[in-house]
Design a protein around this ligand. Structure first.
Ligand code: TXA
Ligand code: MG
Length: 350
């Protein structure tokens, strides 16, 4: 485990980063911070290296990985068919929390990275430590989130250790990540471009940049099979069943009491404005309703925190799916397995 301050100077060399990059060049897997969540990186050109990512995470092999780069020059060696929209998106949002799907160049990537698809997702992260590691390795780095498959993505080095201790060659600790949810995934191999996963860059920002975009139907209707293979799996789930809720504070308090009367220990996941109005067995405050980027920042660590308490049921506040609310609701609904409790409906008895 190496410690690096996230305020690294890009003109300096850091022995910890050089060492981590050397492990990557040797085909090992290394966890490192990005501005969204911690990633689990390996050489995207090597089958053996990429295989280690899937093994460490317990990830299904039909779910492709995002490839991380540190400079725009790298891109032309990796993909073909860079559209005008893709150019605009890169200009505006790279480095940053946006992944773009391109047609891939043949013979560059391990087949395991793309799960046999003809396209590849590329992202240039803005975290200075991530950029330095990628650049020092001299490689395109495949990096999914550094959690065991199905668990909430890690936003601290301790979360990575919780999930992957003993399964990876090393971990670069750069402190807490910023955005807190993963990158937005936009498919630019189709016309018009299509958003496959809401994330750190909002739909509104993408529309303002390139105008018309489609949204993968599975993001709007649960019944549709998603185009992004990773979006079909249960994800981010805490151990206790989680329900997304919609209703007044009074209804919420009554619902908490209802479950407590059935002998259940009830946890609540909500903004500070809401938790201060409620009584429950465990109140977890997740940012402030006045700024949803604070909710995104604390979301995964809040969900994880329930696993350290004896709680039978979790009730989570819901958000308008606008701005960062779209990514937050996407992750919350997955964590809940799409289970909802709504005011005016009978409470579900487990
Ligand atoms: O913020 C992030 O993007 C983080 C950090 C570490 O950079 N990474 C991340 O990777 O979230 P991962 O592997 O957990 O998520 C990748 C998502 C999955 O939903 C996957 O199905 C989708 O991107 N994806 C990757 N390549 C694709 C492709 N060629 N076509 C469609 N979807 C793709
Ligand atoms: Mg993930």
């Amino acid at each position: 485990r190496w410690n690096v301050n996230k305020y690294v100077d890009k003109n300096k060399k850091y022995p910890q980063i050089e060492e981590a990059a050397q492990w990557l060049r040797r085909g090992e897997v290394i966890a490192f911070p990005t501005e969204t969540v911690y990633g689990l990186g390996a050489d995207a050109t090597s089958d053996e290296a990429v295989e280690k990512i899937f093994a460490a995470k317990g990830r299904p092999s039909d779910n492709p990985l995002i490839v991380h780069i540190s400079s725009k020059e790298q891109l032309t060696q990796l993909v073909t068919g860079i559209t005008e929209e893709a150019e605009k998106l890169m200009e505006r949002f790279w480095p940053g929390p946006l992944t773009i799907i391109f047609p891939k160049k043949q013979g560059v990537f391990s087949k395991k990275v793309t799960a046999g698809l003809e396209t590849v997702g590329i992202r240039m992260p803005s975290h200075p430590v991530a950029l330095q590691i990628i650049s020092a390795s001299g490689l395109p780095i495949a990096a999914p989130s550094a959690n065991r498959s199905g668990k909430p993505s890690p936003t601290t080095a301790d979360h990575v250790m919780e999930d992957l201790n003993g399964r990876i060659a090393g971990l670069v600790d750069g402190g807490e990540t910023g955005v807190g949810v993963e990158s937005t995934v936009v498919d630019c191999s189709v016309t018009p471009p299509m958003v496959l996963r809401p994330g750190g860059v909002t739909m509104e920002e993408i529309r303002a940049c390139i105008g018309q975009v489609e949204v993968d139907a599975s993001l709007q209707h649960e019944a549709q099979a998603p185009r992004s293979p990773g979006m079909k799996y249960t994800h981010y789930a805490p151990q206790a069943p989680l329900y997304v809720t919609s209703g007044s504070i009074r209804w919420m308090q009554n619902t908490i009491r209802f479950y407590q009367q059935q002998g259940k220990k009830v946890g609540v996941l909500a903004t500070s404005e809401t938790t201060r109005e409620l009584k429950a067995d465990l109140l977890v405050t997740c940012g402030s309703a006045t700024d949803l980027s604070t909710v995104a920042h604390f979301l995964y660590q809040s969900i994880r925190s329930f696993d350290h308490h004896d709680i039978d049921l979790i009730l989570a506040e819901s958000y308008e799916p606008r701005g960062m609310g779209a990514a937050i609701m996407n992750r919350l609904e997955k964590a809940a397995g799409h289970k909802w409790l709504k005011e005016g409906q009978e409470p579900v008895v487990e």
